[in-house]
Design a protein around this ligand. Structure first.
Ligand code: URA
Length: 243
């Protein structure tokens, strides 16, 4: 790929704007030699204003989503993209969230520009456990584990029952829930179906990957070892609960 396209695709500007950056001598190699728009140079050997380029296509980000942010690009309020460098919003291919968390849910959220990877993680075939912790408005009534684990719970306006989900009470109004699917407002609707109301909801893990001490609002790029953790469901992070 021509350098001008590669840099424009990373969100540094339109091709016209990036062409101007070349003419201004802002794009160089690591030794400071000026590069030209049609040069074919490895990503790692390009500097913009002396700084290495943003990560190449194939980016995977782990974000600790705080409450109050939506996973949309269009919402007029706070969106998860506001927590990343502004350029990341302009990348082509686009950086998308891997599934969604509601505005009022906090916790582990992945974002990627790799459509194949996104599909592999979210596909029902992947069967990846997602572990949440919820606090409820009312005490548990006692049959939640049986109802959620039954594989027959039908939520309003759904055509198929929910896959069995894990439930473990951590207190009278606090529970760990394990899902292997991700329907719209699923946990909130599951608790509504048993006459309760979710007050707080936090996602701890996806597959074998946890937040690992990442603070709310913070993010980091995931390398190969972290990526492998997603599929490592024996790691103990996302152990399915007994039902
Ligand atoms: N279930 C919900 O209700 N909300 C989320 O954000 C995730 C799971």
């Amino acid at each position: 790929m021509k350098l001008v396209k590669l840099i424009a695709n990373l969100g540094y500007g339109s091709r016209k704007q990036v062409a101007l950056m070349f003419r201004e001598g802002r794009i160089t190699d690591p030794q400071g030699e000026v590069l030209y728009a049609d040069d074919a140079v490895a990503h790692a050997d390009v500097r913009v204003d002396g700084e290495p380029l943003d990560p190449p296509q194939g980016l995977l980000i782990l974000l600790h989503k705080p409450i109050g942010y939506t996973c949309s690009t269009k919402d007029p309020g706070r969106v998860v993209y506001d927590l990343l460098p502004p350029r990341f919003r302009l990348r082509d291919p686009v950086l998308s969230t891997v599934g969604r968390l509601d505005r009022d849910t906090s916790g582990l959220l992945l974002m990627t520009d790799d459509g194949g990877l996104l599909h592999r993680i979210t596909s029902p075939k992947a069967n990846l456990p997602k572990v949440y912790e919820a606090t409820l408005a009312q005490d548990f009534r006692g049959d939640e584990a049986a109802v959620f684990g039954s594989g027959t719970l039908m939520l309003e306006s759904e055509k198929t029952p929910l896959a069995p989900a894990g439930f473990e009470a951590l207190g009278p109004r606090r529970a760990r829930i394990v899902l292997v699917e991700g329907r719209y407002h699923q946990i909130r609707r599951m608790f509504a179906a048993v006459g309760n109301h979710v007050e707080t909801l936090h996602r701890h893990s996806l597959g074998g990957l946890g937040l690992g001490g990442l603070e709310p609002g913070a993010w980091r790029e995931l390398g190969e070892a972290d990526r492998a953790e997603i599929w490592n469901t024996d790691s103990g992070v996302g152990v399915p609960l007994s039902r």
